[in-house]
Design a protein around this ligand. Structure first.
Ligand code: TR5
Length: 144
């Protein structure tokens, strides 16, 4: 099935569903992504948190009042979570802890969601592993 992407709060119209169907699901090619340019500051982003290993910046198409992406500065084969190996354990833990730091900075420690889309069936669109940190509104379950 095609990956449906809707603006926050919107319901799919017939046209939007048709457009979503027309858009082929992206697959993991291993090519550099737009996130490399964000890491290198070649294109601007709204940085929320940064340390030696991790960068967190606001999603350009927010799905909640708070929507921050947390990424490893070095991709090291982590195009998607499906590609994770035992050697990635340390950076995976650092990313998850950075998500908690972001939630605290954004004032949403009382309730927030961390999402990783892995692969076309999960609507992953950028193949550089990233955690979505979402909050600032009631998050519903199940996700779409
Ligand atoms: O769909 P997945 O889970 O792969 O998440 C990728 C996320 O990257 C989406 O939520 C996009 O909105 C977000 N994204 C894409 C671009 C971008 C961005 N967030 C911040 N800045 C961005 N720039 C400058 N360019 C993008 N193409």
């Amino acid at each position: 099935l095609p990956c449906r992407r809707l603006p926050f709060g919107a319901r799919a119209t017939h046209d939007e569903q048709a457009a979503a169907k027309a858009a082929a699901a992206t697959a993991d090619s291993g090519a550099p992504t737009i996130f490399d340019k964000i890491i290198n500051k070649e294109i601007p982003s709204s940085i929320v948190y940064e340390d030696e290993k991790v960068l967190a910046f606001r999603d350009i198409n927010p799905q909640a009042p708070v929507h921050v992406l947390v990424i490893p500065k070095v991709r090291d084969g982590l195009t998607e979570l499906a590609k994770a190996e035992a050697r990635h354990g340390e950076i995976l833990g650092q990313l998850l802890y950075a998500a908690r730091i972001v939630a605290e900075k954004e004032g949403i420690l009382d309730g927030f969601r961390v999402v990783i889309n892995s692969g076309p069936s999960a609507c992953q669109s950028v193949y550089h592993l990233h955690l979505h940190v979402l909050g600032g509104r009631q998050m519903n379950w199940p996700p779409g």
